[in-house]
Write a protein that binds this ligand. Sequence first.
Ligand SMILES: [Zn+2]
Length: 199
Amino acid sequence: MVDVEGLASEMLESVEMGCPVHPWTMAARAGYVVRVGPARYPAMTLGPTIVVPDHRDERRAFAVLHELAHATLRNAGLPDPETTVDLVASAALLPRAAFLRDVERTGGNLHALKRLHPHASYEAIARRLVAVCGGAVTVHDVGPRGHRSRTAGAPRRLGALARSLVLEAHHGGEVVGPDEARAYPIKDGAWSRVVLVTR
Ligand SMILES: [Zn+2]
């Protein structure tokens, strides 16, 4: 197994990046130019240029880190499958030690963590929270094209309590639920998103 956290710290140290991590600055310091390409193409690195799809800010920032993580793994002579690359990118975006301090300081409140890590999406923060502190996360989107949900470490079907918390957060727009299962409503353009963190 690759030392994900170690590679992520190397990545940050090599460009002298502290918190909050700013992927675009990291790319510039590593000698890359970042361009925004069409939304339908995946991110790619072409020589000294990183091209990221035209998505919202946090997704573009993550795509930049993803490409930097590819380069870090390859430079270390390691294989760079997509899942490993995403783990390294996620660990670099929210560095473990600093992130754990912030979790302690904020009680793991997603909105407070987002203010401390503005270049990370709510979903990225929630996934990292679960990766370093345990638990599970489900993201529920209700948008112009209907409902979709994505899960990490959670059962495919939500229990009755979780379902009612998600609905309540969607409709009321307030954070609801006990420590063990908390639902965070997030407004994001035309989408109404609820991130449910269970621990
Ligand atoms: Zn990739």
